[in-house]
Ligand binder design. Sequence first.
Ligand code: ZN
Length: 467
Amino acid sequence: MKVTFYGAARTVTGSKHILTTIGGKKILLDCGLFQSKGTEELNLHFGFNPAEINYVILSHAHIDHSGALPMLVKQGFSGPIYCTRATYDLCRIMLADSAKIQESDIAYINKKRAAKNLEPREPLYSQDDVEACMKLFRYKEKYTEWYTLDDELEVSFTDAGHILGSACVNLKIREGHDKVIHLLFSGDVGRPGDLILRDPEKTFQADYIICESTYGNRLHEPRVNTRENLLKIVTDTCVKRKGKIIIPAFSLGRTQELVYTLDRMRTEGLLPDIKVYVDSPLSINATGIMRNHPECFNADILEYMKHDTDPFGFNNLMYIQNVEDSIRLNSLDEPCIIISSSGMMEAGRIKHHIKNNIGNSKNTILIVGFVPANTLGDRLLKGADEVKIFGKEYQVKAEIKELQAFSAHADYEELFDWLRPQNPKKVKRFFLVHGEYDAQQAFKERLLAHGFNNIEIPEREDSFDLT
Ligand SMILES: [Zn+2]
């Protein structure tokens, strides 16, 4: 058997790895879009022939793992795509949203190209391509169950605790009569103690491991009391100053965690009598899918749901679908909380809410997630007095607050917790993917100290024989 890496190689996006069996079968693990700055051009060519792929096995619905699937189908792939049921449900909305973004991005690019007399480009894929792609999904109902895909291949998904439906991919690959190779692909590994999801689950012993390394050189800060801090910010802003709280948050994951936290505070009589708006169509759809998958929830939220059947809805909480209703929030003159996307504040309706509220000292902009360098969120956190939004300068008068919310990625200690079921002596080779090179090198050193050997940090299109 052979493994070749086509993405997430010394970078964190574009996850794509191909296993080639001795019978010549090709299995693609994940099919993500490159999203990091400067890697977008890599999306134009796969580097392999999609028509030659027999199966796709998908770890989870994040676009950097699933976002190139419609393109794969457009360019000739026609086999099945295996994943969990929640991943299938999420892919339907995530890929449709991604197609919308591709279409609007290309309109902008083509305007620039036209000015230079260049031919217009096509979007990477359209809604029709997404529809065709969704027809190839074959979801599996249960975690940890082994499913036979053919006489060479068995798969078992173990819960990765990263986002709804996320899985680590455990494979048994038969070679001849008596040899079976066990391979483990981590996908993205979550953190123990998530508000909604279960902890990452025990994996099966593997001969070969392909492992993410996003935080291979980092430890998360100790968990702080998010609830108490959030309540203080709500009281200071909405009760004392009669202002608004604007919270940029990713549509899937962070938004539901926030809503669930507020829901519990409301039930316990802690939340003041103010309106809460979730202003993002993708959040509405993602929350709907979350409601349909309580089988992915942890014991704590399931216990809470015995008394409150909808942990993502309460009096005073409104989900905003239409643009007109979103615009109406601008003229609202009362204390409230507005949660909107995207979390990085570089796109989406959140930019309008920040623009409209940043100039008033009554208000608070509350940052709850990771913000990369050189983004609006980064500038606000660094204490900028003025920021540019839609090409215009705005004075920062609103209070800027940060809540150490939960990251969806395990740090290196948590990755070692996840690796605990693996006996390092039985692992023949260990591949590090999905990380920046310095994080990967640091993680490699730690793996060696834990007794793992033969650790590789592949570059794009590197290939290894697994014999
Ligand atoms: Zn992910």
